[in-house]
Design a protein around this ligand. Structure first.
Ligand code: GLP
Length: 278
């Protein structure tokens, strides 16, 4: 695992957008081979999406050769609802870049047969060659996507019942009324995430400090599902200083030392080879 600690949310978001941009730029796309990118919603990735849109406007990155797969979507919320993840992604990223809408994938939380929708989602990911880079966020209880505590570490895309804690956390988008937050969501599973070539987890703010400690310093545990990343061969956590508040001093120092020594050696912090060192 590589942990990149940056001074603040803005620098963290810029780093993440740069990392994603480099991966897209480096990928040899062709008509039948697109760069498959897994994407999260939530407050954390907002600035990363702003930077990606800016990089697109600056002519640094194009999404023509990109196929996206969102992590999750609420069940039963109309697609056009202001808080659906369909709306979120259109507003925050897709409408600002040149992605072909045929290459955008978000689970359909209104499908007549939800189980079939979940199975189809997994199938399309495989048909597209698997996810190259899965970007994710972290819930207060350590969840990734909507893999709530107790999720199978081998889970695939499925319907999950949300915990009250998650519904309360997301109530800020629903007029602060946790009861208006849907009770269920379709989410990719932890095995879906683990199949990706790379995972980039964004973690910001002291409200996530406990969750970050749990997934980094404690053992792999289905109650803190982000801890599964300890088993991933190429997982990068990019966070701000505030999110590291509960990590031990030696953990923070060690991961900073790695980054410092690699940059002193002149390595490119965004290259794949860089993680092989870490
Ligand atoms: C939700 C989403 C997750 C997200 C998490 C944290 O539960 N399903 O994908 O990572 O919230 O969100 P935020 O970034 O707003 O703290």
């Amino acid at each position: 695992m590589r942990i990149v600690i940056l001074p603040d949310y803005d620098r963290m978001s810029h780093w993440a957008a740069e990392y994603i941009t480099r991966r897209i730029q480096q990928f040899p796309t062709s008509a039948d081979r697109l760069f498959t990118l897994g994407l999260p919603t939530g407050g954390t990735p907002l600035k990363t999406y702003e930077y990606l849109a800016q990089f697109y406007r600056d002519g640094r990155v194009s999404f023509r050769g990109v196929s996206t797969f969102n992590m999750d979507e609420y069940v039963g919320l109309p697609e056009q609802h202001p808080q659906s993840y369909h709306t979120f992604m259109n507003e925050k990223l897709f409408s600002h870049v040149d992605i072909n809408s045929d290459n955008v994938h978000i689970p359909d939380g209104n499908a007549e047969n939800l189980q079939r929708e979940c199975a189809a989602y997994e199938r399309v990911i495989v048909e597209r060659g698997g996810i190259r880079l899965f970007v994710g966020g972290l819930g207060h209880d350590g969840h990734v996507a909507f893999n709530e505590p107790g999720s199978s570490l081998q889970s695939r895309t499925r319907v999950k019942t949300l915990t009250m804690e998650t519904r309360r956390a997301n109530a800020r988008f629903f007029d602060n009324d946790a009861k208006s937050v849907p009770k269920q969501a379709i989410t990719v599973g932890l095995a879906t995430l683990m199949d990706a070539d790379e995972v980039l987890l964004l973690v910001s703010g002291d409200a996530k400090a406990r969750a970050l400690r749990k997934i980094v310093e404690d053992g792999i545990n289905h109650m803190w599902t982000g801890s599964i990343l300890q088993m991933h061969r190429r997982a990068v956590i990019v966070c701000d200083e505030a999110a590291t508040a509960a990590l031990s001093t030696s953990t923070v120092k060690y991961f900073k030392d790695i980054e410092d020594s690699l940059s002193e050696a002149g390595a490119d912090p965004y290259s794949s080879a860089y993680e092989d060192f870490a």
